[in-house]
Design a protein around this ligand. Structure first.
Ligand code: HEM
Length: 224
């Protein structure tokens, strides 16, 4: 039975490995992709950078597949938490978690933030987008690399633009929203990034995810 002196396991080893490898390869793919497409590189350099883009893309793909195959329970738990849209989730968007009021002094919506589960409304929406985009970039990447002969010219072109601009738009969201917001809770930040256990303090869980703490950790312990 959990008590308030305990630290709570939020990120299991597979979550941490998946997230870390995904984040590192994501930005490495972004830099190599942008370099080849937008910078006027010499042909030989472009070829070398593209080779690295393909190697990184292979690691990126197998990181996702590995997570799903090795830890299907964790993948399902994260996905299920993102797909649970109850009233509190919808009401989170009435004041965007109170962040506009807290950081920009904009009196947007009610003062109180409704209690949230494992993820708040904004995290659910963005993590669904991120996971969908990780899968979509992997699929379109392989098709653009090896599937070109199977695709019509128009399909290839639209897939290419989706791959380039979709990745850039989501990267802007990651850099401008996901990372700064992640830094607001050092407990969560250290929990997912450190080499040690993926635990967070009781207080952090109670503050950010009281429904998750009460229902999924204390009462049913589906987090184990
Ligand atoms: C250096 C860059 C990054 C930092 C500092 C960072 C930070 C974090 C932190 C602190 C969490 C935990 C939030 C929570 O407790 O709910 C998290 C979760 C998550 N991040 Fe990132 N992140 C980074 C890059 C990325 C990238 C590039 C993606 C994908 C495009 C991504 C996708 C996710 C997803 C899907 C989760 C939820 C996974 C889970 O709860 O196990 N992150 N991130």
């Amino acid at each position: 039975m959990a008590n308030s002196n305990d630290r709570i396991l939020r990120f299991h080893a597979p979550d941490k490995v998946f997230h870390t490898v995904n984040a590192i390869t994501w930005f490495a793919l972004l830099f190599t992709g942008v370099a080849v497409y937008f910078c006027d590189l010499a042909a030989e350099t472009a070829e070398y950078v593209m080779l690295w883009h393909l190697i990184l893309g292979t690691i990126f793909t197998f990181n996702l597949l590995g997570f799903i195959v090795i830890a299907p329970d964790r993948f399902a738990l994260i996905l299920r938490a993102c797909l649970e849209w109850d009233r509190n989730t919808i009401y989170w968007f009435r004041n965007f978690g109170g962040y506009p009021r807290r950081f920009f002094k904009i009196p947007f919506g009610p003062v109180e933030v409704p209690p949230q589960g494992r993820y708040n409304g904004g995290q659910k929406a963005s993590y669904l987008l991120f996971m969908g985009m990780i899968a979509a970039l992997a699929v379109t990447g392989w098709l653009l690399w090896l599937g070109a002969p199977l695709l019509g010219k128009m399909v290839y072109m639209w897939m290419f633009y989706f791959h380039v601009w979709g990745s850039i738009i989501v990267s802007v969201l990651v850099v401008c929203a996901h990372i700064p917001l992640a830094l607001l809770s050092m407990e969560h930040f250290k929990g997912i990034w450190r080499f040690g256990p993926g635990t967070i303090s009781w207080e952090a869980a109670e503050h950010h995810a009281p429904i998750w703490l009460e229902r999924d950790v204390v009462r049913t312990n589906i987090e184990k």
